[in-house]
Write a protein that binds this ligand. Sequence first.
Ligand code: C2E
Ligand code: MG
Ligand code: MG
Length: 400
Amino acid sequence: MKILLLDDDPFVLKLLGRQLANLGLTDVVSHEQPHQALALLEEDIAGIDLVFCDLQMPLMDGVEFVRHLARIGYGGGLVLISGEDNRVLHTVQKLARGHSLDVYGFLRKPVSPELLRSLLNAAFARTARAPRVPPKVYAPAELQRAIAGGELVNFYQPKVDVLSGELAGVETLVRWQHPQDGLVFPDQFIATAEQHGLIDRLTLAVLTDALAQARRWRDSGVDLHVAVNVSMDNLAALEFPDIVVQAVLAAKVPLTSLVLEVTESRLMKDPLASLEILTRLRLKHIGLSIDDFGTGHSSLVQLRDIPFHELKVDRGFVHGAGKDSSLRAIFEASLGMAQQLGMKTVAEGVEDLDDWHFLRTSSCDLAQGYFIGRPMPAADLPAWMAEWEERRGALVAVCP
Ligand code: C2E
Ligand code: MG
Ligand code: MG
């Protein structure tokens, strides 16, 4: 691994060089001048595997340098270092990722050897595991056949009560059991369905299966709220509420057991029609949840205009919020807003014990995430429930 260090402070270069050497990384070149570093990279773009770059440099700042890295097509790793506050570092990291650079992370000065080690370990593990292959794009005709042929399968992810730990409901997440490619995730086909007029058929297939499953759970004595994701494009057809109500009645499930999660993934084509559809659904006592709140797709305007009963804070503001004051501020403000509007709150992306402990100190109602349970086929839910029952006691024992 060949490493390039860039910092206008020779002392930092020396110190960092020594710290890397302690980790066994000795093939290192150092530069104080960004232009020299760029010239070196331009000469042999594949010759450097990892760049450490300072943000505050007099001749060219780190943001400019990052832009040049992207321009010359640098494909190696990047670590940002600075004495600036975390929010600036976060922003530059986002910028660099926006340029499709492989950012390993950032380090505050003075660089702690422990943090350096864990950052590099995590990055090396990740790049070893995930060779960068662009996701496959599926043709609309193939997706259409899959929907008609029953190749879509529903997975279900538990949502639990933060205070009691009790299972409150599940979110339905569709997967495509592809005959050749195995399990395909929704990110790879929902947009195609939306763009090619297949989303109504897809949603109806997912909804019908989810309701049939809800019926089976009720029959076995498990009474759950079942959430289904709907696309904004579903909310363009004025008959949508009637189709949904018919499907719920046919499954003999109470209307109040169904929750529809809405994200504004594409621009609302006809805001008045969407408003009418959502309001009619709510009048029929079907739950409406605003999904991915805080991402810009789910906005304050929607919150003002649409009678949502539940708000799901996006995982971007949940995971790690216990340790990050910016995230925490946004998370708590979102909860406050929802509660003043009389809405229930759900935290998405509860990934580890820290996230769970953080939630226990908040006023959030429900939690969902890998820490609690991953999305799973319906057949796996009983085993998860048994396992959760064992973990739950300890997780809700200590009062926050
Ligand atoms: P979403 O509705 O926000 O669903 C949550 C996504 O976060 C799911 O990804 C879930 O597997 C993932 N997730 C859950 N817990 C964690 C966690 O702790 N950490 C992390 N990093 N991720 C977590 P999935 O299943 O890949 O779905 C992605 C998106 O696709 C969904 O986001 C939803 O917008 C869309 N989608 C899924 N099923 C449907 C569907 O039937 N219809 C429509 N229109 N969209 C769907
Ligand atoms: Mg959702
Ligand atoms: Mg979400």
